[in-house]
Design a protein around this ligand. Sequence first.
Ligand SMILES: [Zn+2]
Length: 451
Amino acid sequence: MNKILEGILLAKDDRSKLRKDISSKSLASLSLSLNIPGYPKSTSEISEYFNNILSNLKDFLLSNRIFLNPDFTYHKIDEAGDFFISALNVDDEKIHIVKSYTEDFEQKYGRLIDVDITNSCGHPISSNKVKTCFFCGEYPAIDCMRNRRHDYEYMQNQILSYVNIFNKQEKLNDFKNKISALATESLWMEISLTPKPGLVDHSSSGSHTDMDYYSFVKSTCVISQYFSDIVNLAIDDDYVDSVDALPVLRQIGMNMEKSMYEQTNGVNTHKGGIYIMANLIYVCSYLYYHNSLSIPNIHAKLKAMFAGLVSRELVNTSFKSNGVCCYNKYGIKGIRGEMEDGLPIIFENQIEILRKFIVSDNYETISYALKRCLVDIISRSEDTNIIHRAGYEVYLEFRQKAKLTREFDSKSEFLLNYNNMISYCEEKNISPGGAADLLAASWFVYRLFEN
Ligand SMILES: [Zn+2]
């Protein structure tokens, strides 16, 4: 007998010993294994697949109130492959119900997996159903195996491609949930930061009379429901070219705005935030799906997507918006300039500030870091809202105050000047709304990579 076969048989002996060990305590058992033909029975991809299935199986059992016994639980990888076995806290009269549940589970997750059940005497519980072959789906699996119906290399390739697709999908689902939650978190972090110069926070409406904290609570919640649509667009193979995806992305953005206005009775709480966050979610998801998510790549992808934006929307246009007036009069490009340049203000400055000042995970530290970030953004960004509300001189003066404030290393001096900025906003009735949007976006990118 060759060494490999000997190893596999020994590993299978070990498995039956574990099963006997459990039944010697008069306990039923449940095991999970994979039907992998040939050798090796396990690779890193197969193990990742097994662990995904095992995690789903545990959740499935728990949700059906089937309890594993943690005192007799074994998870191992040996010559026979990946294997999990646990005693079950289930009486023998209910064991057939457990079997029918696990059959549903097998049905859902495909023919590659085996969930075996034994009763408290160690007798296997069979459903007497014949399993169809994983590879052809036509004949009983045992029949194809005995007749060597499928070529060995073909089977290995089929399994590798199957587990890779499954693992990628699991990762993607996880990413989708995480990035949507993170985008919501970023909007909360911005609005919760208190106090802020001129902006709405949870104790003041700043320089605004038409909105308050509750307006932001409502619009944050309603905007959040669209984040997963943006991720789905970014990972849709029908829209590999981002130029094709842009009109769909715009449509989602328009729906977000519409929902926001409905919640706030027509007040703009998040228009700029939607614009930046929707594009960032799209770009990050796109890059993740194409295995190239990194800070330089987000910057480069944004730059490519928004190339020529200033010339299209500020120079060669007959539209006389506030943004166009600011550009014609002062050469200020505002958020369009930031987008065209790929949001350098986030990648070159804010991530570094957040990394430097967030030395522990408590909110006081985080809140201080966010204030430093906000001041830095005000000092560097071109906020056309301020020019529109109070004129160019005030805009320059406010930016100058932010430049001075950001230079203070000492926390107390920084906060003293930060409070002076708050007073200045009250006095001039201004609000750096564009900076607030960039603050939320900075937190989003920071957390995406700190996680
Ligand atoms: Zn077959």
